[in-house]
Unconditional design. Structure first.
Length: 106
């Protein structure tokens, strides 16, 4: 059986171009924060974390669990599925597992 690669949507290509590379949870949060014109300090307070923690997430130095990603998405006014998928993908990537995540609501 031959594997077919999923084509990236135009929206995903644009987001990755704006983010400067493959979309990660950190890049997505940073883009959301910047689109709302929030400083890291203000955004971190809104999310209930320290500024240094938020910075580490944005720079890919810390991984966020899916539960926290869902809470952050709600707090920032975005669909949970976007950040949850990226959080799960981040965990797999950090573990060196070569899988791509696709999720849907139950």
């Amino acid at each position: 059986m031959r594997k077919t690669k999923e084509k990236k949507s135009d929206a995903m290509k644009l987001l990755e171009k704006l983010a400067g590379g493959p979309l990660t949870l950190g890049r997505a949060v940073e883009s959301m924060r910047r689109s709302e014109d929030l400083s890291q300090d203000v955004c971190a307070k809104k999310l209930g974390v320290s500024k240094s923690h938020l910075c580490d997430v944005e720079k890919g130095r810390k991984v966020v669990r899916p539960e926290r990603a869902a809470k952050w998405a709600r707090t920032l006014g975005y669909p949970e599925s976007v950040l949850v998928r990226l959080a799960i993908q981040g965990e797999l990537d950090a573990a060196g597992l070569k899988y791509k995540v696709a999720i849907e609501a139950a």
